[in-house]
Write a protein of this length. Sequence first.
Length: 189
Amino acid sequence: MPDIKSPETPELPPFSRPFDVETQKDYPAMVEISANEAERGAVAALLGIPAVASLTAKLKIASAPGRRFVVSGAVDARVTRICVVSLDPFEVAAHESVEGYFAAPPEKGRRPTSAPPREVIVEADDDAPDPLVDGCIDLGTLACEFLALGLDPHPRKPGIVFEPPKDATPPEASPFAVLERLKKPNPPE
């Protein structure tokens, strides 16, 4: 009998705070979120860093015409990084501005009003708003995304300077060094 696997359930984000735009009546809405210890550990694992000591976000959600929403604010965190020079762990504060745009997906069966009925226009737009998922914006996921984007890809512990080894042998002459000498004009004799 063949091994039948059950369908996999999608992984939940490590830090999730759904904000239901359908039930919110008064805009702009001010929201403050923080990750608990288990969520901080999951965020650290996702980002590939040793630890996240704190993770909070203060966000403002504003509505715009056409069931569109703008999320702005900031995410603050204390994270442990590994120095690329000394390989020592060190803690650093992170502060990142957040700005995201969201919109309800178009209703099924509705045609775009700007295109003729039989023509479908699809354009790639980097500035297109992210879709609402089940009428919600996941503020925790948004905060994690901006934290990840703001982390230095080559963290260096404060005060650490890279010094090449003193006993390093000079590199061998490149085969192109001869060509480099040919490019230089000959000095007058």
